[in-house]
Design a protein around this ligand. Sequence first.
Ligand code: ZN
Length: 268
Amino acid sequence: MKVYISVDMEGISGIANMEDVRPGSPRYERGRKLMEEEINAIVEHLIEKGVESITVNDAHAFADNLRIENLHPHVQLISGYPKTLYMMEGISPDYDIVFFVGYHASAGRTHGFLDHTYSSMVIHEIFLNGQRLNEAYINGLVAAYYDVPVGLISGDDVLYEESKHLFPETEFVVTKVSLTRNSAILRHPRRVYRDYRSAIDRIIKKEIKPLSIPDRLEFELVVRDTLMADRLEVAPFVERMDGYRVRFSASNPIEALKMLRTIISVAR
Ligand SMILES: [Zn+2]
């Protein structure tokens, strides 16, 4: 069995505020250590269960948070920036299952802990086919494009509430109860690791199907300021709707993710 793990930081257990996830801040070293420990807890259990191959993709900020020397020797690590598919770089039909670890709620979701979607700097809100979009869902569609199911998602309870209907077969691990964008009731990491172990035991026993990809992928995006929308008019696939709002559509999830990444680069 081959497992692909995309790791973000906001939803890691013990991460308590913005300073824990911001490279350069005094609290950041603590945050990345928690991230490494959580990954190791998951990897150790996967190995116990007989998983042969585990790829970890660092998917937070500039994707150089995890240090290979601090990870279990069984993993290969995708590290560094830029990478074309960013949070899903390296995904392929070779994998049997993907995990999304340390994820968070979509931009604009009330009381979502450190809520954002792909770029806090550019994206105020984003909708796919009329539904508020989070990173787990677009990344899950990218995995589905390669016929790979999402086995596990972890993060705060608001992420769970907004995602459970989209991933009916996926196991969730709730790492914290979100109070506001910058505060949460933290569950102890060791209890969270125990939940990962039980979730993995259930995943191994069940058959999980990849997400079904909608026929149309129509995005509506509200950017942070009108100058960003002005800049985006240069992209031939982008249609300006009003001061802050643009739309675009993609024929498949890979194209969609590449368009989104282009939009973020151009708008900045
Ligand atoms: Zn994120």
